[in-house]
Design a protein around this ligand. Structure first.
Ligand code: ADP
Ligand code: GN1
Ligand code: MG
Length: 356
């Protein structure tokens, strides 16, 4: 196995010869490895999931354009991911039916699965907020849509209905309470999509996958350092980024926690992230601010719907590490949605307080 990975690594312009290459990180989509060479340099090697990303060339063009844009706005090269080219100058390698890319490992950084302190979460808000702000003058027409309808929540529901009707694994009967939970909120979950379509919310260039583990913090200062996982950067709503961060980082337990009594949305974390995001994105409109709680709820619900759909469909999309993994993930999201519903007025009050 390692020899195969070394062979792939040798296609890239690395400093030194590869000496190790091991699976790394907690992503659900790509296969990620940490590679080390004889010089001690470290690299991230990824097999790009081309089931998810159908057009890898377009995807890599997006990443190159975004990184160039960001690089022009910073003096710190560690704050932007650096892709390593292949010996022939390409941004990715296609071999044996797979697509591979390599980037510098961002040294002296940490990547968290849950915030350890409020300040960590605040810094992630600064990181993602600043990223959004820096892309506010990026020409959106240059971007390819890497996953069409990615945060089109009504379309996620449409797919859910389709899979439910087929029920290919015969799993629907055992998850009736979850299905009912999803269906009861279908109409409300179109709010953000409709507001965006009607022009009430502005279309921006957004990251669209703002989990805490997609932003690196500086290990020494613990300040926001570098936004990673740029595969889904596309035109979207700031509420997608804000909401997805709340979904993941304001949660009191891991995304796949099986003990649901541990899962809540922490209002203090909600406040801290809201404060950081508003500080880093001074251009947010009144309508965007007003819709923040709905953004958090919608992104959480949408993610739960996607996990449940994948469970019903036989787990083809999200990598699973145990039986029922996607169902566990769906359940944590629904528990979070329920908790947000019980804290709804407070969420609105907090946004108002942080806007003043
Ligand atoms: P996925 O799309 O599967 O989530 P990511 O690009 O997010 O893949 O990478 C998975 C994990 O690998 C990240 O959460 C992070 O821990 C780590 N990682 C990725 N790129 C880098 C990098 N350039 N430097 C340091 N760590 C990285
Ligand atoms: C996936 O790639 P990763 O693990 O950062 C997914 C997100 C989901 C998330 C749930 C391209 O993110 O949309 O919110 O899992 N990414 C893609 O953990 O589908
Ligand atoms: Mg990721």
């Amino acid at each position: 196995m390692n020899e195969k990975l070394f062979e792939i690594l040798r296609h890239f312009r690395l400093q030194g010869e590869p000496v190790s290459c091991e699976p790394y990180g907690c992503g659900h989509i790509n296969n990620t490895y940490l590679a080390v060479t004889t010089t001690g340099r470290r690299y991230i090697l990824q097999r790009i999931n081309h089931n998810t990303f159908k057009n890898v060339a377009a995807l890599m063009e997006n990443i190159a354009a975004i990184s160039d844009h960001l690089l022009q706005k910073t003096d710190d090269p560690r704050s932007v991911m650096t892709q390593i080219r292949t010996q022939s100058g390409e941004t990715y390698l296609y071999t044996d039916g797979n697509y591979w890319r390599t980037s510098d490992f961002v040294e002296g950084s940490i990547c968290l699965q849950l915030p350890e302190t409020d300040e960590d979460f605040y810094q992630s808000a600064i990181g993602f907020g600043r990223f959004q702000q820096m892309l506010s003058d990026f020409p959106a027409e240059k971007l390819h849509e890497t996953i069409p309808n990615f945060h089109n929540t009504p379309d996620r529901y449409r797919i859910f209905h389709e899979v439910l009707a087929r029920d290919p694994m015969g799993r629907a009967a055992e998850v009736k309470p979850e299905i009912d939970f999803v269906l009861a909120r279908e109409k409300e979950m179109a709010t953000i999509y409709n507001a965006l379509k009607a022009g009430i919310l502005p279309l921006r260039v957004t990251h669209n996958d703002t989990k805490l583990n997609n932003v690196l913090l500086d290990a020494q200062t613990r300040k926001a350092l570098c936004v990673i996982d740029l595969d889904t950067v596309m035109p979207g709503s700031s509420l997608y980024d804000y909401g997805d961060s709340i979904r993941f980082g304001a949660a009191t337990a891991a995304e796949d926690e099986q003990d649901l009594t541990k899962m809540e949305m922490d209002l203090n974390r909600f406040r801290v992230f809201t404060r950081g995001y508003i500080a880093a994105c001074p251009g947010l409109t009144e309508k965007e601010l007003e819709h923040m709680p709905m953004g958090a709820k919608t992104m959480t619900m949408e993610c739960g719907v996607r996990f449940l759909t994948d469970y019903l469909d036989g787990d083809h999309y999200f990598a699973i590490h145990r039986e029922g993994h996607n169902l566990d993930r769906a359940r944590t999201q629904f528990k979070l949605v329920r908790d947000m519903e019980s804290k709804w007025d407070e969420m609105h009050r907090i946004v108002k307080e942080e806007t003043k």
